[in-house]
Design a protein around this ligand. Sequence first.
Ligand code: ATR
Length: 278
Amino acid sequence: MYQLGLIGYPVKHSLSPWIHGQFLKKANVKGNYSLIEINPEEFENDIAKLKTSELNGFNITVPFKEKIIPYLDEVDQEAKQIGAVNTVLNKDGKWIGFNTDGKGYVRSLNNFYPTLFKNKDKSILLLGAGGAARGIYYALLQEGFYHIDIANRTQESAMEIKQLNNTETKTKVISLHHAEESIRMYDVIIQTTSVGMSPNINQSIVTLNDIKRETIVSDIVYQPIMTNILKQAQNKGAQIHFGHTMLLYQAQYAFEIWTNQRVPIGDMDTELKLILEG
Ligand code: ATR
């Protein structure tokens, strides 16, 4: 019987109970996944209580992904590099921290565009340089892509992410304006900021005037499913990749850490899309 859950504040509207409920069913594993809302002021006390509880594993979200780190017994290499933890495994009373966001994102991209992963010389552009961008950049480096540029409003944050690179991969840090002007150079464009998220659905971090038809435009925003930047891409005849799929694959990887089972996503993609579209 797996006792799983999500710690965060607020967590009421999380889709994770639905996702992990489906995984438990599909894997034929007994367990439950509960929402554990912790008031940031009570964090230390509540975490100490949870440490003595029966929880086998949990996800941790905003605003605690960094704050949890001092309470962990071990942090895996990837989470250490990213500086944030979103998944914790209770292994014989020891809490081990992981970050499944970046790898989950890459799994989802690989699932929809497998040919992209056959030849790692594609040019990738990351838009944004927050926590999500950091995880995705790290995961793309691990995959061995040779060329990943980062465009951000604040170039210092992008420079910090670039420091993660100790590989052969070439990375240029550019402005959003420069990104717009050189958009044609890129085979994959990954939007990692909250720009375009509901209720600001008409916003887009860049305008895709001159995009190639073969380019894949990916947005990690999933509310709405069809964001402004994805609409622009579709109107130009380019390929698109939806944000809710990252949610599914990062959860798949977390579930695997807890139970050692990789549950196929199957039609959960379509079902989640329907849930999000109301
Ligand atoms: P997360 O951890 O979810 O990725 P974050 O760390 O707050 O979120 O990162 C937000 C990202 O969105 C940053 O890249 C931020 O740009 P800055 O580094 O310049 O702040 C970007 N962002 C947010 N609102 C933006 C806006 N209106 N225009 C351009 N970039 C924006």
